[in-house]
Design a protein around this ligand. Structure first.
Ligand code: TYM
Length: 335
């Protein structure tokens, strides 16, 4: 086993990967592979916490695997959560170390349960409530040191840290590793249609720009981005304009960023050229990953590779779970 520090992060197969996922987390995942031992999961159990369609769930899971490979994640670092049942077994144990009060205060639960409550039957699953505990199990089952995520996951990471502390105290041994979040500079990319909310799939189609969209759709979405209603006077930026500048920086178009920012500060920036620059920068990234994605279609063995990498990654999870059960006074099955 390697003595490199371990990195773990996950993404839900709930539809297209968007630029918020990419700049907030996934781009960083790619870079971390050079330094750390990395494991990246497609968390299909988490995707069941909101209303879902079984056929779509499986399709989305594979689509996301291909998309992650297209952006540069190595297949041996990828796994599918439901192929590693130790996640859900550890989740049960962790349920007994998580406080009901803390779970009730999770803003993601409050937001998503409000959306579910507005749905046809108003159904809110207990899985949605328990979601952060499964997330803690995802992290701890690999004894990960670092967790690269967007800032929206801060509360969930705090819960994971609390569970680790409570578990270690209870069993009288510092067995579980205290996970540290790793944030990028672009921790909150907002929706271009409504800059007061984060870019997100669950808010609806106009609230995210897919990384794999066709170029015209990206251009159209950026062109219709909300900026501000008044004149640009060089004063405080509106959230929509700030988000466009952030996107430009995230695309590493620093010269354009600096030039347009100087125009903004001088009070004479027209928003059309800013939108144009952002749209073209996003299209450039999208075209590159789409062409990689198309190449992958010809690689027939991808699904087998991912099943094999999941099995390999599972061995680490089995090892941790055996120790956790031992320390907790539970019995172990022989593998
Ligand atoms: P998910 O699928 O919603 O998002 C995946 C990653 O993208 C980041 N992200 C954003 N970053 C910046 N701006 C945005 N608008 C934006 N939208 C999404 C998220 O922070 C995340 O890093 N709960 C996790 C999935 C998960 C997980 C885990 C993560 C399950 N188990 C264990 C880490 C470790 C989530 O909501 O992913």
């Amino acid at each position: 086993m390697s003595d490199k520090k371990r990195v773990l992060s996950c993404i839900q197969p709930t539809g297209d990967m968007h630029f918020g996922n990419y700049f907030g987390a996934v781009k960083n995942w790619v870079e971390l592979q050079a330094t750390y031992e990395c494991m990246y999961g497609v968390v299909d159990y988490h995707a069941m916490t909101m209303p879902f369609n079984p056929i779509k769930l499986r399709e989305n899971t594979w689509e996301l695997i291909f998309n992650l490979m297209a952006v540069g994640i190595e297949p041996q670092n990828l796994f599918i959560q439901s192929l590693v049942p130790e996640h859900t077994e550890l989740c049960w144990i962790f349920n007994c170390f998580a406080s009901y009060g803390q779970l009730s205060r999770m803003t993601q639960f409050k937001d998503k349960s409000a959306t579910s409550a507005e749905g046809e039957d108003g159904f809110i699953s207990a899985g949605l409530f328990d979601y952060p505990v499964l997330q803690a199990a995802d992290i701890c089952v690999y004894r990960a040191d670092y967790v690269p995520v967007g800032k929206d996951q801060e509360q969930h990471l705090e819960l994971a840290r609390n569970i680790v502390q409570r578990f270690n105290n209870q069993v009288g041994k510092e067995y579980l590793i205290m996970p540290e979040p790793l944030y990028t500079e672009f921790t909150k990319i907002t929706s271009t249609a409504d800059p007061s909310r984060k870019m997100s799939k669950s808010a609806g189609e106009k609230h995210y720009i897919s990384l794999f969209s066709d170029s015209d759709k990206i251009r159209k979405q950026v062109r219709s981005a909300v900026t501000d209603t008044g004149e640009n006077t060089g004063g405080e930026m509106s959230p929509g304009v700030k988000n466009l500048f952030e996107l430009l920086k995230a695309c590493e178009k620093i010269e354009t960023y600096t030039a347009l920012k100087a125009d903004y500060d001088a009070g004479n920036l027209k928003y059309a050229p800013l939108k144009e620059a952002v749209a073209e920068a996003l299209v450039e990234i999208s075209e590159a990953v789409r062409s990689k994605r198309a190449e992958l279609n010809t690689r027939k063995e991808v699904k087998e590779e991912i099943k094999a990498s999941s099995a390999q990654i599972r061995e680490r999870a089995q090892h941790t779970l055996r120790n956790v059960k031992e320390l907790s006074g539970l019995l172990n099955v022989k593998y």
